[in-house]
Design a protein around this ligand. Structure first.
Ligand SMILES: O=C1O[C@H](COP(=O)(O)O)[C@@H](O)[C@H](O)[C@H]1O
Length: 368
């Protein structure tokens, strides 16, 4: 398969540093084969020459195996390491937005399952009491998730499922997000209802939000901002995500982890929702949007950059990946020039801010 990635950097320095990082990984991967392995690179001329000359120097590699380029002095190598470390620190504070477009929902689902397997296994490798904490959304993502999460290879007993937002209705109401997962998902996997952190639908909306915060605090230190391992997010036709609607005062809420809403423009009106501080503290946020009905809003968010709620999900020390099918992405691809990069260049690095776990068709990375 081909991976097409577009990465936009604030400046040449950041672009060069990222290129150097990618080449380091690729070269080291190739050279790790040992024996007579050499890293074979083709260089272009013109305007790339000065940029390459400056930033290839930052590649950390065994230059003797890096033919075509003069070997670096030890001093330069050390300089490269220092620059890269400084860069890493800055980079951790940035958000990386990756847009991945898949031929169909099957491929999208397979990729999501792969990403979550890696992420979960990384978290669970810590051992002890480690659990993988994932926030789920409702709406159209439920069926896709229910189908493809089943493909995640993991120790399911260690997963805990939270709700990024939930409608305040009884669990026998078809609007209940928990009920939808229970009916479509739980039966397919070796998991039980106890692994879901559910709302109490008997409470008032204000009490339900407080109750949910209390339930969350069993899993997160009370005076810290909760850090979810993964959040699966959807986007509505108006650009809302979770139950954070455009122009609603809850978009400004920063004092609570979970807020009540009793005037949701989309029924049902009573809901609870994660607030932006929680969303933006997650390690990995995956937006999923499929079908042509999402095309217009995705263009407004991802191409036109409208400041709608979904566009405000920018984790400070994490990553956002937009996983789209071709129908949903149809208005994004026009007028876009694509860079083709080899699939193996990008690997899922759950702890890194620059998540580039995609291995599919189009990826557009905006590094702010
Ligand atoms: O009401 C909701 O809407 C959004 C978007 O749902 P979609 O059906 O348009 O994909 C969803 O992410 C959220 O969890 C849900 O409560």
């Amino acid at each position: 398969m081909t991976s097409k990635v577009i990465s936009v950097y604030e400046n040449k320095q950041k672009l060069g540093a990222e290129l150097a990082k990618n080449l380091s990984e690729l070269a080291n991967d190739v050279l790790a084969e040992g024996g007579n392995a050499v890293f074979k690179i083709g260089l272009s001329g013109g305007s790339v020459v000065s940029l390459l000359s400056e930033y290839l120097a930052k590649v950390e590699t065994d230059w003797a195996g890096f033919r075509q380029m003069p070997p670096l002095s030890q001093e330069k190598k050390l300089f490269a390491v220092a620059v890269r470390q400084t860069f890493k620190i800055t980079y951790l504070k940035m958000t990386s937005k990756v847009i991945s477009v898949y031929e169909n929902t099957k491929k999208l689902g397979a990729e999501l399952a792969k990403n979550l397997s890696e992420l979960a296994n990384d978290v669970l490798a810590e051992g002890g009491n480690a659990v993988f904490k994932i926030g789920l959304s409702g709406g159209s993502v439920v069926s896709l998730l229910s189908e493809y999460l089943a493909k995640v290879e993991t120790d399911w007993s260690k997963w805990r499922f939270f709700f990024c937002d939930e409608r305040l209705v009884e669990f026998n109401d078809p609007e209940s997000t928990f009920a939808q997962y229970r009916d479509k998902f739980i039966n397919n996997l070796p998991i039980s209802e106890d692994q879901f952190i559910k709302i109490n639908p008997q409470l008032s909306v204000d009490e339900a939000a407080k109750d949910y915060i209390q339930k969350m605090s069993v899993y997160f230190a009370p005076y810290d901002l909760p850090r979810f391992d993964a959040l699966i997010l959807g986007v509505g036709p108006d650009g809302h995500t979770c139950s954070l609607f455009p122009g609603h005062k809850l978009c400004e809420e920063t004092s609570v982890w979970v807020a009540p809403i009793s005037d949701s423009p989309k029924p049902p009106p009573n809901r609870i929702t994660f607030t932006f501080p929680i969303l933006n503290n997650a390690r990995y946020c995956a937006f999923i949007a499929t079908g042509s009905s999402k095309a217009d809003i995705l263009k407004r968010i991802l191409k036109d950059g409208e400041q709608l709620p979904a566009n405000c999900v920018q984790p400070v020390n994490g990553s956002v990946q937009w996983l789209l099918d071709e129908a949903a992405a149809k208005l994004l691809q026009e007028e876009t020039s694509l860079t083709v990069l080899p699939l193996r260049l990008f690997r899922l690095k759950p702890r890194a801010a620059n998540f580039n776990g995609q291995n599919e068709i189009t990826n557009i990375t905006y590094a702010n």
